[in-house]
Write a protein that binds this ligand. Structure first.
Ligand SMILES: NC(=O)c1ccc[n+]([C@@H]2O[C@H](COP(=O)([O-])OP(=O)(O)OC[C@H]3O[C@@H](n4cnc5c(N)ncnc54)[C@H](O)[C@@H]3O)[C@@H](O)[C@H]2O)c1
Length: 325
């Protein structure tokens, strides 16, 4: 394995990008196309699948009313989508590439090497992969330094999160470039320092999913009970408080510190099939410090008032949608 190349020379700054190429235009690639078009870019798409052009236009047309409601960038137009038959044509003048081909490691390795060979030097190439590491996928590319993961959530034109991470041969400059670019196109970007299977959000989703499957398999809960447990329970808090701030407030005035000291021993109780981590003093302190940073000077009383107001706003918005249906 070679080290990442020392130089990363992007031909264009993230703020100067005008042309984006999307390779693979199914559910996720099509969603990316819609997002980039709505943000006012020229988008070229290539997908070798049968009927791919019709499917792609259908995805963009279906997304467009929501995107129009949210507000299109000046000049944004579906007419700025160019669907081409040849991968080389698609990539010839690309200034950023988003790959969203099927989740198959051999396909990704081969395709990323081909994209790398056909894309102008220094242009960042990002993969939508849900779980492969870039270290696994960049092995055949001649210029692995510019390959990053930019993991979106479905649909990419509505869910803001993108997790950005490089592989062992990725240049740190490419990771920084991609993070800045995704931020400019309206994404909420998490730049990860280390590769971890499934990145952050899928690992968390997977833990919940695995537990749900255990409960159904054991006859402990029905599918409907599991979904209700989330949608009418913690799910309502999650749009604004992740699991850490949720438990920070569950600790009352003592916050996360009290929460861990009080409930820490129950980590070992068999509430989940997952192995619990050791609650070391270092882990305790890191959790408490992280919550203090997130609280950013707000007291728990202020945080609770903010949480309740947001929860009510979400519930009212959901009721409005149900009434209109
Ligand atoms: N579906 C999700 O919720 C989701 C979320 C995040 C990330 N992803 C990731 O996005 C990627 C695409 O997933 P999807 O759900 O859009 O799949 P999909 O099956 O909807 O779309 C894949 C597209 O790739 C095309 N394709 C097939 N072979 C190709 C090749 N060699 N080169 C280029 N394109 C090719 C297909 O014709 C199809 O249109 C995967 O890596 C997946 O893990 C999916």
């Amino acid at each position: 394995m070679t080290a990442p190349s020392d130089v990363f020379l992007p031909p264009v700054a993230p703020s100067d990008v005008q042309r984006i190429t999307c390779v693979g235009a199914g559910v996720i690639g099509g969603g990316w196309v819609a997002h980039f078009l709505a943000r006012g870019y020229d988008v070229t798409a290539w997908d070798p699948g049968a009927d791919a052009a019709r499917r792609l236009r259908q995805i963009v047309d279906a997304a467009w009313p929501a995107l129009t409601n949210l507000g299109l960038a000046p000049g944004a137009s579906r007419d700025r989508l160019h669907i081409v038959d040849d991968l080389a044509d698609a990539l010839a003048d690309a200034q950023f590439v988003q790959e969203s081909a099927p989740e198959d490691l051999d396909v990704k390795i081969d395709l990323l090497a081909r994209i790398d060979a056909l894309t102008p030097q220094g242009v960042v190439i990002s993969s939508s992969t849900s779980g492969y590491s870039m270290s696994e996928m960049q092995v055949s590319a001649a210029n692995p330094g510019r390959l990053v993961v930019g993991h979106p959530f479905n649909p990419p034109y509505l869910i803001p999160l993108v997790e950005v991470v490089g592989g062992t041969r990725t240049h740190s400059g490419a990771v920084a470039w991609a993070s800045e670019f995704f931020t400019l196109v309206g994404k909420s970007v998490i730049t990860m320092e280390r590769e971890v299977p499934g990145f952050i959000a899928n690992r968390l989703q997977e833990a919940l999913w695995r537990e749900a499957l255990h409960m159904v398999a054991e006859g402990e809960a029905t599918v409907e009970q599991i979904d209700t447990a989330i949608t009418d329970g913690p799910g309502l808090r999650w749009p604004f408080h992740g699991p850490c701030m949720t438990f920070h407030l569950a600790g009352g005035e003592g916050g996360m510190a009290h929460m861990l000291d009080h409930f820490g021993p129950s980590l070992k109780a068999p509430w989940t099939r997952l192995e619990a981590p050791e609650l070391t003093p270092e882990l305790r302190d890191a959790m408490v410090a992280g919550c203090e940073t997130e609280a950013d000077g707000r007291t728990n009383v202020e945080l609770i008032a903010e949480r309740d107001a947001k929860m009510i706003a979400i519930m009212q918005a959901m009721q409005d949608v149900s009434r209109r249906e």
